[in-house]
Design a protein around this ligand. Structure first.
Ligand code: DOR
Ligand code: ZN
Length: 438
């Protein structure tokens, strides 16, 4: 494999250095001698970070390839600076068997832009009734290390307890979509003054918080780890903080959209803003930002959830929840966390790469930028600004609440094991570009 020389980049925003990657591994930093045919990336002024890791991505394959495939989602991930993503299990068929989880892993490797780690379902068909064969999936080629019924909550406390016990003995992680279903029947928006005024049925904070509290206690008793998907309320922050103080093994993620947006966006009834859990109030978003800065919330996860135009461009109640997230995540973290002084670039590396990799126990991703470490790297231009155009994003679905918004900072290159997977806004091997542009 050839060499890549990154010139003048600032690791974690610090002093500029040259970085040489050879045979997929960081070979030298500082005074660097590159081969004549090395691929050179001029990166003066740019920030060098470990490749991002997303614990929560919906890639829709198998089943909804009209909205996203492992190929197009991998391109979006590479463009967003990711080297590893976890593909959620709510596909069709559901990823509740080793046949599906191994397919997801294999297809991701075939595409080769990002390591696509399959998430296995906790229960058969995501129905919440019977545990899926977690052990078989964990032992497959895809080596499933995270299980989740995301989209659905593992609502039965006995099933959740058994899942935690079983996961503990397998050394894998259970990630919970915290939503007490009895409290969200018919709900389409955050329960509060805005939803009341607009006539939208409300999704109360307690639906999330009651499951977070319950699962913390179940994890405590099982001596197991639990991970909370897409924390969305100030109360969840308080509960996670409390549980961590008790010594309970709990971790939590937050999405870029819950950090940036709030339920004042619902005014237009445009379902691009419909998501589960719903956009909350500005006070919740502020509490989530502070919790991410303090480490109470461990990491950022996109919950990238592409949907077809007909499933979004319809009445609010009928629309599907979810929004694109992979290509906008870094910029939103810069806007909500770096610019206000809540995180520095070391902090960005922690919440977008190191912590998520630790949470699932990846040894190749989320590593320090140091000689001998894998060449999984992301370059960011901190001075860039760009305007989101859904139809220029790599995903097949192109509706986004961020349409026409101008954001700071942009990923300029991503390297997976020393191979450039995205550069200057183009994913390597992206057929849209080979065909002459998107
Ligand atoms: O908004 C969401 N969309 N939340 C989920 O939990 C599932 C996801 C999806 O699959 O569309
Ligand atoms: Zn979810």
């Amino acid at each position: 494999m050839g060499e890549v020389l990154i010139k003048g980049a600032r690791p974690y925003g610090e002093e500029p250095v040259d970085v040489l990657i050879r045979d997929g591994v960081i070979a030298a930093i500082g005074a660097v001698e590159a081969a004549e045919d090395a691929e050179v990336i001029e990166a003066s002024g740019q920030i060098l970070l470990p490749g991002f890791v997303d614990l929560h991505t919906h890639l829709r394959e198998p089943g909804r390839e009209d909205t996203e495939t492992i190929e197009t989602g991998s391109a979006a991930a590479a463009l967003g600076g990711y080297t590893a993503v976890f593909a959620m299990a709510n596909t069709n068929p559901v990823a509740d068997s080793v046949v599906v989880t191994d397919h997801v892993w294999r297809r991701g490797q075939e595409v080769g832009l990002v390591d696509v780690f399959p998430v296995g379902a906790v229960t058969v068909g995501l129905a919440g009734k019977q545990l899926a064969e977690m052990g078989t999936m964990a032992a497959g080629i895809g080596r499933v290390r995270m299980f989740s019924d995301d989209g659905h909550c593992v609502y039965d406390p006995l099933i959740m307890r058994r899942a935690l016990e079983y996961a503990n003995s397998l050394g894998v992680l259970i990630a919970q979509h915290a939503e007490e279903p009895r409290l969200t029947i018919g709900a389409v928006a955050h329960e509060g003054p805005n939803a009341a005024r607009l006539g939208l049925a409300g999704w109360p904070r307690a639906a999330e918080e009651s499951i977070v509290a319950r699962d913390a206690l179940l994890a405590r008793d099982a001596g197991a780890r639990v991970h909370i998907c897409h924390a969305s309320t100030e109360g969840t922050v308080e509960l996670v903080k409390w549980a961590k103080a008790q010594g309970i093994s709990i971790t939590a993620e937050v999405t870029p959209h819950h950090l940036l947006l709030d339920d004042s966006r619902l005014e237009t009834y445009d379902a691009v803003n419909k998501v589960n859990p719903p956009l909350r109030e500005a006070t919740d978003a502020a509490a989530l930002r502070q919790a991410l800065a303090d480490g109470v919330i461990d990491c950022v996860a996109t919950d990238h959830a592409p949907h077809a135009e007909q499933d979004k461009c319809c009445e609010f109640a009928a629309a599907r929840p979810g929004m694109l997230g992979l290509e906008t995540a870094l910029s939103i973290i810069v806007q909500t966390m770096v610019q206000p002084g809540l995180l520095d670039w070391r902090g960005v590396a922690r919440v977008m790469s190191e912590r998520p990799a630790e949470i699932v126990g990846l040894d190749e991703h989320g590593r320090p930028i140091a000689v001998g470490e894998p060449g999984n790297l992301t370059l960011v231009d901190p001075e860039a600004t760009w305007t989101v155009r859904g139809n220029e994003l790599a995903s097949i679905a192109n509706n986004t609440p961020f349409e026409a918004m101008t954001f700071p900072a942009r990923v300029t290159a991503t390297l997976l094991r020393g191979r450039v997977t995205a550069r200057e806004g183009k994913a390597v091997g992206d057929r849209r570009w080979d065909a002459g542009g998107p």
